[in-house]
Design a protein around this ligand. Structure first.
Ligand code: GUN
Ligand code: ZN
Length: 436
């Protein structure tokens, strides 16, 4: 029997970005009140007015109706930690203390493949329930943490990126690799997983405190050997961290210079936090095309500080589990407040650009995800701005798309995500994993 190609149409209120509203203003987005997306084998083949596309549509195609929901590209979270789903909401510590008291204890559990698999099921369900269809993730030091996550993503056909953290000092012995082991494990993961289905691998030296110079050199060698891979790490999150980096790398002029010294800056490099940067560091990050990843819920929760995006190429992320919500909507809510505290307002258009096309650009995947256009992968979310009584009550006063978006980002969370689609297929969360 001939296998017919999978086809589907999604009809509804479509909203997506084609450019950055900071540069293109109202030309940066498209809103179609009665729009249609045609999907074939998981890819978008056409997007436009339903009245027009309906006429071109082959007979017998299933049409899914979005109703009052806003249909947008799936959200992208460029900084999460796979082994920290049970670290979230750990009380009373700032970064270094938080790592030692909670995180490094929990991450040791990920030596156990069964635990890694159960966690991967939970994490994937939770991301998808929150409308996050792509994430860039740190594993634990154990390759199995990444294998379990990417295998689960592959099973669901979700596009995910992950790297095992390289760390060879300043952590419990059970969490340490060596420069050679970190290099070999990362290389083996890349060779097995990068480009398998929708899965991708990253190079992940955890941060300068837990990597010796020899290990950062090995990370630099991996970056040269696999230039197609993203690099993910942490930079300038907390004052005590920065002071320790200064002691550990006395020959470098600042924290950014440490990574620079080992060839780790560039357009593929994602630096989590970047809260406390000097002017030289900002200039060097910008010049190299590196990305500063704002993690607002995490920076507030750990008391790290207020991110200032000025002059930086940026992305925005949850940083689960120092971050306190899996929701990119809740993350925007906190990002708005962080900007307010610095005398600026994050506009709803800038905010929704950031979690879709903006983050797609930051991770180099804008030709595949983050927007609606022929050839793009059909990952999308349906957002209900009246999902809770608080939201519905406020929405009765909404006058514009901006109003609706601002309600979603200020009051929304997973409850506002009415449906998530991966490659045109509606996601049915498997059992939320049970973790001991
Ligand atoms: N710096 C190094 N590791 C981590 C981590 O796991 N979380 C955060 N927030 N910062 C880090
Ligand atoms: Zn992090």
């Amino acid at each position: 029997m001939v296998q017919l190609p999978f086809q589907r149409a999604i009809r509804g209120r479509l909203f997506w970005f084609v450019a950055d509203p900071a540069h293109e203003g109202a030309r940066a987005w498209r809103y179609i009140e009665d729009g249609m997306i045609l999907i074939r084998n998981g890819l978008i083949t056409a997007v436009g007015e339903a009245a027009v596309l309906e006429r071109q549509m082959p007979a017998g195609i299933e049409v899914v109706h979005g109703g009052r929901n806003l249909v947008m590209p799936g959200f992208i979270d460029p900084h999460i930690h796979i082994p920290q789903t049970q670290v979230i909401a750990s009380y009373g510590a700032q970064l270094i203390d938080w790592l030692n008291r909670y995180t490094f204890v929990e991450e040791q559990r990920f030596a156990n493949p069964a635990h890694a698999r159960t966690n991967a099921t939970f994490l994937m369900d939770t991301l998808l329930l929150n409308g996050t269809t792509t994430a860039v993730a740190f594993g634990s030091v154990h390759p199995v943490s990444v294998e379990a996550f990417l295998a689960e993503a592959d099973r669901r056909n979700a596009r995910m990126v992950a790297g095992k953290v390289m760390m060879d000092r300043n952590a419990p012995p059970a969490l340490l690799d060596t420069p050679e082991q970190g290099y070999e494990d990362t290389k083996a993961l890349i060779e097995h997983w990068h480009g398998r289905g929708r899965q991708m691998c990253a190079i992940a030296p955890r941060f300068a405190i837990t990597s010796s110079p020899t290990q950062l050199e090995a990370a630099g060698a991996l970056a040269k050997e696999f230039p197609e891979c993203l690099i993910e790490t942490h930079l300038a999150e907390n004052h005590a961290e920065i002071a320790l980096v200064r002691e550990l790398y006395p020959d470098c002029c600042d924290y950014t210079d440490v990574y620079d010294h080992f060839g780790l800056l560039g357009p593929k490099s994602l630096f989590g936090h970047c809260v406390h940067l000097g002017p030289r560091e900002r200039a060097r990050l910008e010049e190299s095309g590196s990305v500063a990843v704002h993690c607002p819920t995490s920076n507030l929760f750990l008391g790290s500080g207020l991110f200032d995006p000025a002059g930086l190429r940026t992305a925005i992320a949850t940083d689960i589990g120092a971050g306190t919500s899996y929701s990119m909507l809740a993350t925007l809510n906190e990002a708005y407040k962080v900007q307010q505290l610095q005398g600026r307002s994050l506009s709803p258009m800038a905010a929704f650009f950031a979690i879709t096309l903006g983050n797609a650009r930051a991770i180099g995947l804008e030709s595949r995800i983050g927007s609606f256009a022929p050839g793009r992968e059909a990952d999308l979310v349906m957002l209900d701005a009246c999902a809770t009584s608080t939201m519905a009550h406020r929405m009765a006063r909404a006058q514009s798309l901006d109003d609706e978006l601002f309600v979603l980002m200020t009051l929304g969370d997973d409850r506002a995500v009415a449906a998530t689609y991966l490659m045109g297929e509606r996601v049915v969360p498997s059992s939320i994993g049970r973790l001991s």
